[in-house]
Ligand binder design. Structure first.
Ligand code: UTP
Length: 294
């Protein structure tokens, strides 16, 4: 698997007014934008072709991955080797970026379909950058790629969620789940807790066989009037093995205010240079605002 698709053409309404001009994927967690974390995860998993599904409001994403000649020259002349490496490594050598326009935000399934001319007839990954996955060992996509290589099928990242929250996720039912993976028998978008077939929720990492494209071509509008990737995956289930894969790592839903705050706190506390100072300032904030620990 060498191709990773990043659907970033959503409207990002939950972060207005910030997302009026700054794409959600460019919001930073400490020192890197969300999209960079997802790109690094894809490259670690072996991808060398990154396909960004964007729209006319998301120039900042393309600009970010473009070469910054002036900045690089200035840093080079000033002997700032460390910063220069940071700027250059946004896209390491040998990795290429392709940008495809989704003219209208018709849904995640439609965004993935837009990648078809670039992906062709190969298995590919889909990463939703607002699902940020922190992991000490292999990244989530690398874990999934290793699994999919063994099975030859598709794989979808899942995590356990409280039953009360099933209405916010795609939920899967599996055959013979062994604690880490199991073949998906059923997938439902945003079921009510009483109707949910399990509490295994889909997270924004997928490894898909190209058969999904033919199904997406005919997928009708589903939940929320959008062309849903979940609906096409549901049609793939009887045709091919699609596994749910419970990855090692912590996922932050950076598509929500609290998720973005939580990720910022965790990454700051884990940062090699900032960790001590971050801990102190968080403690000070709690003390000064009169928040008492239990
Ligand atoms: P979300 O459901 O998070 O929607 O999309 P959104 O528009 O980004 O954000 P809110 O809900 O308005 O705040 C899930 C993923 O699918 C992409 C989004 O960019 C995000 O990565 N997407 C969604 C598309 O690329 N195109 C679409 O038509 C819809």
């Amino acid at each position: 698997m060498r191709i990773a698709v990043f659907p970033v053409a959503g409207l990002g309404t939950r972060f207005l007014p910030a997302t009026k001009t700054v794409p959600k994927e460019m919001l930073p967690i400490v020192d890197k934008p969300l999209i960079q974390y997802a790109v690094d995860e894809a490259i670690e998993a072996g991808c060398d072709t990154l396909v960004f599904i964007t729209n006319r409001y998301k120039h900042a994403v393309a600009d970010y991955f473009d070469k910054a000649y002036e900045l690089e020259q200035k840093l080079e002349r000033a002997g700032k080797a460390e910063q220069l490496a940071l700027v250059r490594n946004v896209l390491p050598e040998g990795v290429r970026a392709v940008f495809v326009t989704q003219a209208e935000a018709l849904g995640l399934g439609h965004a993935v379909l837009c990648a078809k001319p670039v992906v062709g007839n190969e298995p590919f990954a889909v990463l939703l950058p607002d699902d940020l996955i922190w992991s000490r060992g292999d990244g989530a996509l690398k874990q999934m790629a290793d699994h999919a290589q063994r099975t030859g099928g598709s794989a979808i990242a899942v995590q356990d969620v409280p039953r009360a929250q099933t209405g916010s996720y795609g939920i899967v039912a599996t055959d013979s789940f062994d604690g880490q993976a199991g073949r998906i028998r059923q997938i439902v978008e945003k079921p009510k807790p009483a109707d949910a077939p399990s509490n295994l929720a889909v997270v924004g990492r997928y490894i898909l066989n190209p058969a999904i494209f033919d199904l997406l071509e005919t997928t009708q509008q589903g939940a929320g009037g959008e062309i849903q990737l979940t609906d096409a995956i549901a049609q793939l289930l009887p045709l091919e093995q699609v596994d749910a894969f419970r990855f090692h790592g912590t996922r932050f839903d950076c598509g929500t205010h609290l998720g973005l705050i939580e990720a910022t706190v965790r990454y700051a506390l884990d940062h090699e240079l900032l960790s001590d100072a971050a801990r102190k300032l968080m403690q000070n904030a709690l003390d000064e605002m009169g928040v008492v620990e239990n």
